[in-house]
Ligand binder design. Structure first.
Ligand SMILES: [Ca+2]
Length: 488
């Protein structure tokens, strides 16, 4: 029942009460309520207009645009220090908003990270560890899209959903999501998927009602590989000549000795198999890097078009924009491809939040606080004025965007990876502002790594077996155990 109907019923109850007091006949009551109905319709109409006026910019709930890329490493943008890749539109977002310099995922694999983004929960709480498991109906009701819908938002989803194979089509007002990994090119088509998703985003925006807030999640497939295809990172045909004459710098840790220093079960894992297809020699490295960065520039172009559409449709000033990736990516470092492991290339992601309503004097341009993928849902809900469910494990990042200091912000956090254990070594660990403790939990005996990120940002020297660091190691072991127990 709508609000005006509820008020109408309440009004009739009050009239009944008065009639009771004055012992009026039922017929009189009927005549009175009928006579009042046209008047009430007029009152309702005026109330709706007044509500609309009260929701004018400044008071209306903000729109939310969530842009998630797939396997995009943190340093693959101009604004995060890459001097080669062309990302002018994402750089502009960073210039208008807050760039988080230390953003990470709590599990570095698509399905688990996406479930964490939607729910604000760790893998050990949402329990989605593989590609087939969907949210239960009850768990879905606690995700940010479901909560926004319950509070009157118009919902759109475009692209790779990533959480199970059953798509929640009916939960959204506009659904262009797909299960699995998708295809960069539909059979017989030359229209690149990234471009198609940009078109869909603009179509959604053109259909919004300015009086109803919206939340649009655009979940790009790019720059994820089309695994096993003859060309695994095929760009938009318009970008084929991009970076053609560029030689990408080869990271130091691609050297053979860094690969050899790793545990045997890492050296024979899926990351190495994919490395053999992509980075096994210098020519392959350049070819893969060129295509990977072409895909990123393709995303950037669509983000530029989406932002332009927001401006043209006069929606930009009340739309919060969040840009991030579901995990990082090894570009051959440590002799690896893809992600999964707890090293920085894999767990670190780009993160930008733009609140266009803030004056630049009230906005922090860069935040160094450690932000996690589980913080996104509570951040979105915070902007929408909706309390996070008690099951949420992340925290709102809003105070960092607004130049304030969040009280008791995390100084360390727990990492876990348990997916596809037959091909990927299971790991857990703790990342502090200075240290990283990695524990390969299925190894017999247990294998541990300890890095001093302050002195060794590329994790070249494992200190776990050095006596001088035994106290630090013990402290981090204890912290791993403690966090592991409290995060269920
Ligand atoms: Ca991914």
């Amino acid at each position: 029942m709508y609000t005006d109907e509820l008020v109408f019923v309440a009004l009739i109850r009050v009239i009944s009460e008065i009639c009771g007091q004055f012992k009026l006949r039922a017929a009189t009551l009927y005549e009175l309520s009928s006579a009042l109905r046209p008047a009430w319709i007029l009152i309702s109409f005026l109330l709706v207009l007044a509500a609309g006026a009260a929701d004018l910019p400044g008071r209306q709930k903000p729109n939310i645009l969530v842009l998630v890329t797939d396997d995009q490493r943190w340093d693959s943008l101009g604004c995060t220090g890459n001097r080669i890749v062309q990302s002018p539109n994402i750089d502009r977002l960073a210039a208008r908003g807050t760039l988080f310099r230390n953003a990470f995922v709590t599990t570095s694999i698509c399905c688990v990270s996406r479930a964490s983004i939607f729910s604000g929960q760790y893998e050990r709480r949402h329990k989605i560890v593989d590609f087939n498991t969907p949210f239960t109906p009850d768990a879905f009701r606690k995700t940010y899209p479901a909560l926004l819908k319950q509070h009157g938002y118009r919902l759109g989803f475009i692209g790779k959903y990533g959480v199970g194979n059953a798509m929640p089509t009916n939960e959204f007002d506009y659904w262009r999501g797909f299960p699995g990994q998708g295809q960069y090119f539909a059979r017989g088509e030359t229209n690149h998927l990234t471009h198609k998703m940009g078109e869909q985003a603009i179509a959604f925006l053109e259909g919004v009602n300015p009086l109803q807030p919206f939340c649009l999640s655009v979940s790009f497939k790019a720059p994820h590989a089309q695994d096993g295809a003859p060309r695994e990172f095929p760009p938009d045909p318009r970008d084929e000549s991009l970076y053609a004459n560029v030689t990408f710098p080869v990271p130091r840790t691609t050297r053979e000795d860094f690969f050899r220093a790793q545990p045997e079960f890492v050296k024979t894992s899926e990351g190495r198999r994919r490395w053999q297809r992509r980075f096994a020699d210098l020519e392959m490295f350049q070819k893969t890097a060129r295509d990977y960065f072409r895909l990123i520039t393709g995303i950037d172009r669509e983000i530029g078009r989406i932002m332009q559409a927001l401006t043209t449709l006069r929606l930009a000033e009340n739309t919060i924009v969040i840009f991030t990736s579901d995990n990082g990516f090894f570009l051959g470092e440590r002799g690896m491809a893809d992600k999964w492991l707890m090293h920085e290339e894999s767990i670190r992601v780009p993160l930008i939040i733009v609140d266009p309503r803030l004056k630049s004097s009230n906005r922090r341009k860069e935040a160094n606080a450690m932000a996690l993928n589980i913080d996104l849902a509570p951040t979105i809900l915070d902007y929408s004025g909706i309390p996070s469910p008690p099951t949420t494990q992340g925290r709102s990042l809003r105070s960092w965007v607004e130049g304030k200091r969040a009280v008791n912000w995390r100084k360390d956090w727990f990492y876990e990876h348990h997916s596809v254990p037959d091909k990927i070594p299971q790991s857990e660990g703790v990342r502090t502002e200075r240290w990283k403790y990695i524990r390969y939990i299925a190894a017999q005996p247990i294998v541990e790594e300890l890095y001093d990120l302050k002195r060794d940002s590329c994790e070249e020297r494992n200190l776990a077996n050095q006596r001088a660091y035994s106290r630090t190691l013990n402290r981090l072991r204890a912290r791993w155990k403690e966090l592991r127990n409290v995060l269920e």
